[in-house]
Design a protein around this ligand. Structure first.
Ligand SMILES: [Zn+2]
Ligand SMILES: [Zn+2]
Ligand SMILES: [Zn+2]
Ligand SMILES: [Zn+2]
Length: 532
């Protein structure tokens, strides 16, 4: 079988209604807000039916027998993630070129009035001004997602309700095209290298003044995305600021803590496709930062324009099995900006089997360091580097004195967390839980010292199973292999139970129950599930 070229489409749309909005879909959006709950249900059902019926292999019988709710359809050609909410839609879909182009065009033509006539007024199309970002991939064998999941969520980008979708057009930052974004970076280097430029023309002078304002770039994405690729300021060679978030919901805290320093600066922010900046800029401006600008179309559109010759260095993380896209689709050559957290060697391969044992964030660990598996049984991310000697998920190899030493360090860290500024309640709770876990283990081995197993096999942080034999560590999120879990119901239900935990999973479940009371979702997805 020859490898078929796969197409991937990335899209989002906020249903912001605002008098100042010049959106060409404004009439459709007005209609959306007349009964948002019912419209979410309709949009969800439309996707359920339309995306599954685009498959030649699925008969109409099969479709009508589908239960309402999120289900796995592994044998259909389209895979990916779609999030639907009253505030909008966000999706990543992958399939054959033809299927992706047809599906994008069908979603584009979605008409909630039920009007099948394509010539009807374009104002009835809520998705008509969506920016469809299509790319092609030929080097990957197999599907880019284990399945297709269509989910109803409270927000397509989670801010715990802080940013209402209707605030976005009024409060969001200035949108810059890739060219404008690029230009500012180029000019900012000019203003430093040629400080003696004089101009008597008032307008030019004004422009120059604006340009001499310090330019600061903020990477709105998560740390693991930033680590393998980011913008670099050509003037200072400084990389964009990494707010060190694990999920977007902690971006607000970053704004709170840094607004004072950013207030008099020109802020350029960016994310993968633009969806996160829409809310990130609102959050930052609310803290009093005025000159906030965002890259329209995100890194995706910038790389299409500039590739290797621009100011984005390294890889563009994608929330699918490609993991990352190279900046230049043609030459595939690029600069490795990632660094191994252990030895600092250049390394940028993220993998679902390499996660922080504390927070489960993806971690960069080079192969050389991984082969030291006797000493490096569990990994720690940059944020948890200080926990390396004391926090482990699997305690079976340690004896009493080792566990007591871990407890001692854990208590010191907990005391430090108490005096540091900011809300460290969660940190202290995590440390306390670990201290208690070690305590329980000490009691166990006091009663039976044979429980200590210095040669215990390494285990998967996600499913707890033996690594290498039972699990390859890629049993979660989009890393998951569809065939393996579908044949092993016991294993997948165990994994499912682990995933049910967590605030975000719970919120998602609640949102689905609100809109689809009759649904019985079979799985709850992991945090990494298709944020653009
Ligand atoms: Zn963005
Ligand atoms: Zn290393
Ligand atoms: Zn961590
Ligand atoms: Zn596993």
């Amino acid at each position: 079988m020859t490898k078929e070229k796969q197409a991937i489409v990335l899209f989002y749309k906020y249903f912001s209604s605002s008098s100042s909005s010049s959106s060409s879909s404004s009439q459709a959006i007005e209609r959306w807000w007349e009964d948002p709950k019912d419209n979410v249900r309709k949009l969800y059902m439309w996707h359920e039916n339309n995306l599954s019926s685009s498959s030649p292999s699925s008969s109409s019988d099969k479709i009508s027998s589908l239960p309402i709710g999120r289900i796995k359809r592994r044998h259909l050609p389209l895979v990916g993630r779609i999030l639907i909410s009253t505030e909008g839609i966000s999706g990543t879909l992958s399939g054959s070129r033809k299927d992706i182009e047809t599906t994008s065009s069908n979603i584009h033509d979605y008409d909630d009035t039920g009007n099948e006539d394509n010539d009807s007024s374009s104002t009835s199309r809520i998705f008509q001004d969506v920016d469809w970002k299509i790319s092609y991939e030929s080097s990957t064998s197999g599907q880019l997602f284990p399945d297709l999941k269509i989910s109803i969520v409270k927000e397509i980008v989670s801010t715990s309700g802080l940013v209402n979708v209707n605030d976005i057009p009024l409060e969001t930052g200035k949108h810059l095209s890739p060219e404008e974004f690029h230009e500012i970076l180029e000019l900012s280097s000019l203003s430093i290298s040629l400080p003696s430029i004089q101009s008597h023309h008032q307008q030019q002078q004004q422009q120059q003044q604006q340009q001499t304002k310090e330019v600061v770039m903020i990477d709105v994405r998560n740390t693991f995305e930033h680590d393998i690729g980011h913008f670099v300021d050509p003037r200072t060679n400084m990389k964009a600021i990494d707010p060190e978030t694990t999920t977007f919901s902690s971006f607000e805290k970053f704004c709170e803590q840094n607004a004072n320093e950013l207030r008099d600066k020109k802020v350029l922010m960016y994310c993968t496709g633009g969806i996160r900046c829409e809310k990130a800029s609102v959050l930052l401006k609310r803290k009093g930062v005025e000159d906030v600008n965002q890259l329209s179309g995100g890194i995706h559109r910038y790389l299409e324009k500039y590739g290797n010759d621009g100011h984005f260095k390294g890889l563009n993380f994608t929330f699918d099995k490609r993991v990352a896209m190279k900046p230049n689709f043609a030459t595939k050559s690029y600069e490795v900006v990632g660094r191994c957290v252990e030895c600092s060697d250049p390394f940028d391969e993220l993998c679902g089997s390499r996660v922080c044992t504390v927070c489960r964030d993806l971690v960069l660990i080079c192969e050389k360091c991984r082969t030291r598996s006797k000493t490096l049984r569990e990994f720690h991310c940059k944020r948890h580097a200080a926990w390396k000697s004391c926090y482990f998920s699997f305690l079976e190899i340690f004896d009493q004195s080792e566990l007591e030493e871990q407890q001692r360090v854990l208590r010191i860290l907990r005391d430090e967390a108490s005096v540091e500024r900011g809300n460290n309640k969660n940190v202290r709770r995590t440390l306390t839980r670990q201290i208690n876990k070690a305590e329980t283990r000490i009691r166990e081995i006091k009663e039976d010292c044979h429980l200590i197993d210095p040669n215990a096999p390494r285990r998967c942080r996600s499913c707890q199973e033996q690594l290498g034999t039972v699990c390859d560590g890629k049993c979660w999120g989009f890393w998951k292999n569809a065939e393996v879990t579908s044949n092993d119901d016991d294993n997948s239900s165990k994994v499912g139970k682990i995933r049910m935990r967590g605030r975000r999973a719970k919120q998602k479940h609640e949102a689905e129950m609100e809109f689809l009371p009759e649904s019985t979702p079979s799985t709850i997805t992991m945090p990494v599930n298709g944020i653009q």
